[in-house]
Design a protein around this ligand. Structure first.
Ligand code: CP
Length: 289
């Protein structure tokens, strides 16, 4: 069994309540977030509790010693020195997470690193798909702001291992230069793919030149052609999955109707994320079954 399949197997065990928890009382996990989060942080908190550890969350910003000038790296080193069993870190790409993780006494899980990657999101997306309808036969189209998506970076690593075909569909200026199959219109992508992975329009990572406003407020928005409207739902085959790693900007990437369509797996992704993260905690702590 490969590493990804092993993680999915453990996530399925977590789903069925069969994963053994951390065996020693008083264990803690440090959740250190230097960028905003709702899903990842809270999902890791729930997964931590289910894994038998107490979550200790730190959110950078007001009320922390970063206001007094403490750096991200020093904050991490100090929080790591408190003796947590593991750390779960989200930070910007200015932080050398790889080098830092090698200096820390406990294992580190990447909860999102600038534009560079978000591996637990990619794994939970694919675990959700596997559980809902099998990965076998999936053809995934990433739709929208692909250039700025750390989720896509991590997806590509996993999809190459699993040999799942994928393509891009988005405005030319928001596509990476990779030699990847691409579609200039959503309706063409829908004919090829059976999983539409919409991506958040990442306003905060755009240059002012790229930032031309939203689909809702700006009829010239480059994302207009890639928006999934209520009226588009009729053209989607019954077997097409609608996915989004979140947070969703309703009215920018897809409509309210698309979000709640029976083919949407968006909230399922959140539910499966807790089991997947519990499995990863179990793996990095090497809890025996
Ligand atoms: N998908 C995701 O990373 O969401 P959050 O930024 O809310 O954690």
């Amino acid at each position: 069994m490969g590493q990804v399949e092993r993680t999915f197997h453990l996530a399925r065990e977590a789903k069925q309540g069969r994963l053994k928890p951390w065996p020693r009382a008083g264990g803690t996990a440090g959740l250190l977030f230097f960028e905003p989060s709702t899903r990842t942080q809270k999902s890791f908190e729930v997964a931590t509790v289910r894994a038998g550890l107490f979550p200790v969350s730190f959110n950078a910003g007001a009320g922390t010693s970063m206001e007094k000038g403490e750096s991200v790296e020093d904050s991490i080193r100090n929080l790591a020195a408190m003796g947590h069993e593991l750390l779960i870190i989200r930070a910007g790409e200015g932080v050398d997470m790889g080098a830092l993780a090698n200096q820390l006494p406990q294992p580190v899980l990447n909860a999102g690193w600038g534009k560079r990657g978000h591996p637990t999101q990619a794994l939970l997306d694919l675990f959700t798909l596997q559980e809902r309808r099998e990965l076998e036969g999936a053809r995934i189209v990433f739709v929208g702001d692909i250039l700025h998506s750390r989720v896509v970076q991590s997806h590509l690593e996993v999809l190459r291992v699993l040999k799942v075909p994928y393509a891009f569909c988005g405005p030319h200026a928001f596509l990476p230069q990779d030699d990847v199959k691409r579609f200039a219109r959503l309706r063409d992508a829908v004919e090829w793919g059976n999983v539409l992975m919409f991506l958040r329009y990442q306003n905060e990572r755009h240059s002012s030149q790229q930032n031309k406003g939203s689909v809702v407020t700006d009829p010239q928005s480059p994302f207009r052609e890639f928006f999934l409207h209520d009226e588009d739902l009729a053209m989607l085959p019954a077997t097409t999955a609608i996915m989004h790693p979140g947070p969703v900007n309703i009215g920018q990437e897809l409509s309210q109707g698309a979000y709640h369509d029976p083919r949407s797996m968006i909230l399922d992704q959140v539910t499966h994320g807790v089991w997947l993260r519990q499995a990863l905690i179990h793996q990095v702590l090497e809890v025996s079954q």
